[in-house]
Design a protein. Structure first.
Length: 439
């Protein structure tokens, strides 16, 4: 069951696709600027040089030489790269991960160039930072891809991939851009549409919600944001200390919405761990949240109840170690966010026990297609998950619970119309001043 936020792919796995950015709405004031760069429409990319000039890399900072080396390999130099050369440019921690040894990275570089031809640099997906960037590359045949990369303070690559290019998100208006959330950090927010209540997507990057946000923008104001650390260099927001918890996520979102002065009330639409964080937010700030949509959201007792149901499959002498592993905080190479999920669930339980949710329109969507290998573990996991989903729907009177029969965990991608309909029903109920979507 994929309930923890998606981990960052650290190897090089090429994927292709050409995606053009969709429309964004315009407003008035100016958010705190991100690092200097200019969006150039002709290239559909951010540039550190004036539009019309040759695309260039940042002039300084530890990211510059590492990015230069990686892009030269993708432009064709991979044909002669050696394992020793890779070892000089890539951090030892990354090389120690499965699938990213020096030899495997040599092969990955060469296979990528062999498959698509030389991939030439033409800009960035967002203004690059001193230690992270998402470079945009393109082949002679028009294949467009992105290269998320991050480096250590010493300039060694500790995250690198080649992915299908996602939309370049250009902030428009006073409710979109980079905002100061305190402690020297900026976070990226993108709001489209107009009206009340404001729907806020929780968990995943703005790019992950791009299509869904476009679908529901005619309904009301819709906002998505990049959580700190999520998906490593793909996040447009500044990094933060780790491990992370539910309290960290809720504090960040609250500070971001306040810094941007996003009008309430809010309808929180939380997917996976985002459902857990949405529950904490709604309990902590009841005057701000008027409704919720939980999209296969994590229940505050998920790990505790799941382990209790599965532990009979583990020999008694191994159960203590298995419990510790079940709640272990992943390394940054497995999950850049490094979410301490069991602590986050404990925080959510305490919050809801002290301040239960007030009556509000709530729609719960649960997956209907089991994930994972068939067997006893999957049968038990599915039974526990669906019971917990029913309990989420029982948190407030009159909540609706829908099974997405054709979807696994990512319902917003496989059955977007179902998610759109749930959001519409909750928004309509808030506008009608009803506490349930049931008429």
């Amino acid at each position: 069951m994929r309930t923890i936020a998606s981990s960052l792919m650290v190897g090089i796995a090429a994927a292709v696709g050409i995606v053009l950015p969709g429309p964004v709405s315009a407003s008035t004031a100016t958010p705190t600027p991100a690092p200097t760069a200019t969006y150039c429409p002709a290239l559909d990319a951010y540039e550190v040089t004036p539009c019309g000039a040759q695309p260039a890399l940042p002039a300084s900072g530890p990211i510059a030489p590492a990015l230069d080396w990686a892009l030269r390999q993708l432009a064709g130099e991979a044909s002669s790269v050696t394992s020793a050369d890779v070892s000089r440019h890539v951090a030892a921690g990354m090389l120690a991960q499965p699938g990213t040894s020096a030899d495997e990275l040599v092969t990955a570089f060469q296979d990528t160039v062999s498959l698509f031809g030389p991939l030439m640099f033409h800009g960035f997906a967002y203004p690059p930072r001193s230690q992270q960037a998402v470079a945009l590359v393109q082949s002679a045949t028009g294949v467009r891809a992105e290269v998320p990369i991050s480096v250590t303070a010493a300039g060694l690559i500790d995250s690198l991939s080649v992915n299908e290019a996602t939309p370049v998100l250009v902030p428009r208006g006073r409710l979109s851009g980079w905002f100061d959330v305190g402690h020297g950090r900026q976070m990226f927010l993108r709001c489209t549409g107009h009206g009340s209540p404001t729907v806020v997507f929780e968990n995943g990057l703005t790019a992950d919600w791009f299509e869904m946000q476009k679908r529901v923008t005619p309904l009301t104001r819709i906002c998505s944001y990049d959580p700190a650390r999520q998906n490593g260099p793909s996040s447009r927001s500044d990094s933060a200390a780790a491990p992370r918890t539910a309290d960290d996520r809720v504090r960040d979102l609250h500070a971001l919405l306040a810094a941007a002065d996003v009008p309430g009330p809010y309808v929180l639409a939380g997917h996976s761990n985002g459902g857990l964080f949405s529950l904490v937010y709604a309990s902590r700030f009841p005057g701000q949240v008027a409704g919720m949509v939980l999209i296969d959201g994590v229940h505050p007792a998920y790990h505790r109840r799941m382990f209790a149901a599965l532990k009979h499959l583990v020999p008694p002498e191994q159960q203590a170690a298995a419990r510790a592993q079940f709640c272990a905080v992943p390394t940054r190479y497995v999950d850049w966010e490094r979410m301490d999920i069991c602590r986050a669930e404990r925080q959510a339980r305490r919050q809801l026990e002290t301040f239960p949710l007030r009556a509000m329109p709530l729609a719960v969507l649960s997956h209907g297609v089991p994930e994972g290998r068939p067997g006893a573990e999957r049968r038990i996991s599915e039974r526990v998950w669906q019971q917990l989903q029913r309990e989420l729907a029982a948190l407030v009177p009159g909540a609706t619970h829908t099974i997405a029969r054709r979807s696994g965990h990512d319902i917003q991608h496989t059955q977007p119309a179902l998610v759109e309909r749930a959001i519409t029903h909750v928004v309509d109920a808030v506008r009608d001043r009803r506490t349930t979507t049931r008429r």
